[in-house]
Design a protein around this ligand. Structure first.
Ligand code: 5AD
Length: 429
């Protein structure tokens, strides 16, 4: 399920009677361009359209186009003449071979409103240049909240006595995924659980096979620190991606909040997963005790070294009955800075607005994230009866999704098939 920034039709060059394809010229945030319109009879200059991969596939009203633009576009014009030259040069250095660690730290440390606005706008421009206004919406099914780990920050840690534990059956998981794909138009589903070994490697592989049998979808697995063999099995069963954060690349910090776990083991597993050909999604937490800007800069560099395709970064949110219950939440502003710097540092990466950011900032978090370099959203597909029990942290945000549901779902038969084909080509590259 995907959303693109609307473009205005300037002219319709040739619209052959009886044909479903027409050549048109549109003006969007990327300037004026010639594209094709598919199955949009009667399209004329002045109309607004949504485009996917340079094909206009849906007409929308001017009012709705305005609403989407307001969600995604950065605010107004920035007067760069008021900016420090050194800052501007540093910001532009990403284009000339990448940002140094010192430059990343400098960007992460800025509190100056004009510098911040410029950083976010630059990230937004880089996102547009590399990803052509293409936003993806993914669905997550949280299928078990059992966990054998005791991470200090997480509400689902095995030591949390007040969690009502649940496990979805393979039937329930396949049904939930199938419905999201076949009825609602999702094309990428993340299956997430705690580190729960009740699900054997065989069971996980079987769940993937079942889902792939009933619908055409990318399946990403987020099942924690399992053996590499398990990841081999899941890949063979049809999984495309794996999502596992390393949480922090600072060894002392990692050790202090992950009893019985080793940072090196996690990083080795992530490298192994990448080698298997998975689309690798990883990331870290912001606002852990004693975490410095330098540590965050090292996290960003570690992401790139791992060859991660997707960068998932969110602020820490304190959760009762965990050892970090009294520790303050991570800053939303820092999460946005990390999003923007990650976009400059890894221009083509998929960067979702994480639920933790939305929890801190509600609807505004989504808009802020998307205009600071992020290009995807994760919607919750966990059945209602379980949702409240997947309490990694309290008061998890469940956003207003109407505009995304209205425009993110391309259900028109031809355009849907075309979009699906293009997406599969893109991912399988
Ligand atoms: N606040 C924010 N994020 C959290 N996670 C776990 N606990 C918290 C918390 N208290 C994140 C971890 C994990 C992901 C599934 O959820 O980064 O990898």
């Amino acid at each position: 399920m995907c959303l693109t920034i609307p473009a205005k039709v300037l002219s319709v060059e040739n619209s052959v009677a009886g044909s479903s394809v027409a050549d048109i010229t549109v003006e969007g945030s990327g300037g004026v361009r010639k594209i094709q319109a598919v199955e949009l009879p009667g399209l004329k200059a002045g109309d607004w359209v949504l485009c996917a991969y340079d094909v206009a596939i849906r007409r929308i009203s001017q009012t709705d186009a305005g609403e989407i633009l307001a969600l995604l576009e950065p605010k107004g014009h920035i007067d760069v003449s008021r900016l420090d030259r050194e800052f501007l040069e540093l910001l532009k250095s990403h284009a000339a071979g990448g940002l140094s660690k010192e430059n990343i730290i400098r960007l992460l440390k800025t509190e100056d409103p004009l510098e911040l606005e410029t950083l976010f706008a630059e990230a937004n421009t880089v996102r547009q240049a590399h990803l052509k206004d293409f936003f993806c919406i993914h669905g997550i099914v949280e299928f078990s909240n059992h966990c054998v780990r005791d991470c200090f920050y997480c509400g689902l840690r095995k030591g949390s006595a007040d969690v009502r534990r649940y496990r979805m059956t393979p039937d329930e998981i396949a049904e939930t995924a199938g419905d999201a794909v076949n009825r609602r138009g999702y094309k990428l589903i993340v299956l997430q659980s705690g580190d729960d070994f009740y699900y054997t490697d065989d069971m996980l592989a079987d769940i993937i096979v079942r889902i792939k049998k009933i619908c055409r979808v990318f399946v990403f697995m987020s099942v924690g620190e399992r053996s590499l063999e398990c990841y081999v099995r899941m890949k063979a069963a049809g999984a495309s991606g794996a999502l596992m954060r390393f949480e922090t690349s600072n060894r002392a910090l990692y050790d202090s909040i992950h009893p019985g776990q080793l940072l090196d083991k996690r990083l080795e597993l992530l490298k192994g997963i990448k080698k298997l050909g998975y689309y690798l999604a990883s990331g870290f937490l912001i606002g852990l005790p004693g975490q410095t800007e330098e540590a965050i800069a090292e996290d960003i560099i570690t992401m790139k070294e791992l060859g991660a395709n997707m960068v998932s970064v969110g602020p820490f949110i304190p959760c009762q009955s965990t050892p970090l219950a009294g520790h303050p939440a991570g800053s939303a502003q820092m999460a946005l800075k990390v999003t923007a710097v990650s976009r400059l540092f890894m221009p083509k990466a998929k960067i979702p607005v994480t639920t933790a950011l939305e929890t801190i900032e509600s609807e505004e978090g989504r808009r802020l994230g998307l205009s600071s370099g992020a290009n995807s959203l994760m919607f919750n597909l966990t059945p209602e009866k379980y949702r409240g029990h997947y309490r990694i942290y309290p008061d998890k945000y469940h956003g207003k999704e109407e505009i995304w549901e209205n425009y993110g779902l391309f259900k028109e038969a031809l355009s849907y098939r075309m979009l699906e084909k293009k997406m599969f080509e893109e991912f399988e590259k």
